[in-house]
Design a protein around this ligand. Structure first.
Ligand SMILES: NC(=O)c1ccc[n+]([C@@H]2O[C@H](COP(=O)([O-])OP(=O)(O)OC[C@H]3O[C@@H](n4cnc5c(N)ncnc54)[C@H](O)[C@@H]3O)[C@@H](O)[C@H]2O)c1
Length: 424
């Protein structure tokens, strides 16, 4: 095995929510790291030792990495070839054509083509459609005549960590590695042995399928209670009571709770399977269920309050899930757009996100309805319910698909919720 002339052990290309914590964790384990991103503002933040987004424990790691001198930064993808292992953590959205959008991956590959040398390994950490790792290997073989798995190594090592739990899960979640050819898996396992997590070797396509189907499972799991919530409204039934009846002391699985289900991974990863599905449409239907929850909530408010034009609705939460500052692909934004199309005066409060929102009291003041779009811990406090009663009044309609206060009502007036909570 030859080793390229390199000045760092690992390069991480794309210092986003996956790449930056990963780069910091490698540096923390003593590896020399080159972090690459083409967003100058992102690089400035890292240089100034400022985490550009919230990730538990990452700020301290960033400061340690800066002190250690083990993290170098660059905006040029080609500089990643200064490291033996090159990990791609670039975004992989989906086109509206139900197809992976791998333009960032293609662009990085083209930047790397001329600088790759025998001994390099290229690792796809991004979530990709089945077959992408073999495509990447084929692309390198086609354009550079490399023997993949013998002189250059290519593998998929999917990121499966949940935002906010990176530092904990990097050492515990089994690290799946699907290497191409004879030695890619073994070489890439050497890199990830920097962490304590067990390593599971498989084929590239199995690694790809395992990652996207973990997300498909969650996305589908949440679509079921969401569909049930909508069906219960039609039948005049209470979704929380039905879920309790299904789950109570029943030994064969259970239904999750309803909510607004989206986010950058769940919303798009199903499309990577749907691209060439044996049962086309099944996962699209799952997506349509989750995507229709905001409209269901808006229609529910309209049915109870009459027209919404000129009335004030407070939306609590912009993030796609609880206790994160990540708003990407959040259904809260869709909910707000739908409310605005009813000519509603929308006031938004979220204590976590970067987008400016108004203080809680200001959002609630005089609201005809309050929609809990994100179940942040702050909103689950009794004080939020008290603030709704005080600022918006007992006849304010509260929409709470998350059952934040245990009142078990998707739509109820704030005085009803207070009475239900008080009666336990
Ligand atoms: N966010 C998560 O919780 C999560 C979890 C598991 C898997 N994933 C997957 O990991 C991948 C990355 O996700 P993310 O949330 O970190 O994305 P992100 O958008 O936060 O990060 C991507 C980064 O790459 C940079 N970039 C884009 N094109 C570039 C280029 N040509 N050269 C250099 N830098 C470039 C961007 O500036 C950005 O900082 C995706 O495939 C995603 O599906 C994400």
């Amino acid at each position: 095995m030859s080793t390229p002339q390199t000045r760092a052990e690992v390069a991480v290309v794309g210092l986003g929510r996956v790449g930056l914590p990963l780069a910091l964790c490698f540096a923390d384990r003593g590896l020399t790291v080159i972090g690459v991103d083409n967003d100058a503002a992102r690089l400035d933040a890292v240089r100034e030792e400022r985490m550009p987004f919230a990730e538990t424990g990452a700020q301290a790691l960033l400061e340690r990495a800066a002190r250690s001198g083990r993290l170098a930064l660059s905006e040029r993808v080609a500089d990643a070839a200064g490291a033996r292992h090159i990990v791609l953590t670039l975004g992989t959205p989906s086109f509206s054509h139900i197809e992976i959008d791998m333009r960032d991956i293609r662009s990085a590959l083209d930047d790397l083509l001329s600088v790759l040398a025998p001994g390099h390994s290229l690792i796809l950490r991004s979530t990709v459609a089945p077959g992408t790792t073999d495509f990447v290997a084929g692309y390198l073989a086609k354009h550079r005549d490399f023997q993949i798995g013998e002189d250059v190594y290519v593998a998929h090592a999917p990121e499966r960590i949940a935002a906010g739990r990176f530092l904990e899960e990097i050492d515990t979640l089994p690290c799946i590695i699907g290497g191409v050819g004879a030695r890619s898996g073994e070489v890439v396992a050497g890199l990830f042995s920097a962490f304590a997590a067990p390593i599971v070797q498989t084929s590239p396509v199995q690694a790809e399928l395992a990652k996207i189907w973990a997300n498909i499972l969650r996305y589908t799991n949440f679509a079921l209670p969401n569909l049930l919530m909508m069906d219960c409204e039609r039948h005049g039934a209470n979704v929380f009571e039905v879920i309790d009846l299904v789950n109570r002391d029943y030994p064969r699985g259970g239904i999750a709770q309803p909510g607004l289900t989206a986010g950058t991974c769940l919303r798009k990863d199903f499309a990577f399977s749907e691209e060439r599905s044996a049962a086309p449409g099944m996962l699209l239907a799952v997506s349509r269920v989750n995507e229709s929850v905001p409209l269901f909530l808006v229609e529910g408010v309209k049915r109870r309050l009459g027209g919404l034009a000129g009335r004030k609705v407070a939306v609590l939460g912009l993030a796609f899930k609880a206790d994160t500052d990540d708003e990407r692909d959040s259904l809260a934004h869709k909910l707000i757009r739908l409310l605005e199309r009813e000519l509603t005066d929308v006031a938004v409060h979220d204590p976590h996100v970067a987008t400016p929102t108004v203080p809680l009291e200001e959002a609630l003041e005089g609201a005809a309805a309050v929609v809990v779009a994100t179940n942040h811990a702050e909103f689950r406090e009794a004080s939020t319910l008290a603030a709704i009663a005080e600022r918006a009044g007992g006849d304010c309609l509260v929409v709470d698909p998350w059952n934040c206060w245990g009142a078990a009502q998707v739509f109820a007036y704030s005085s009803e919720i207070a009475a239900l909570v008080a009666s336990g």
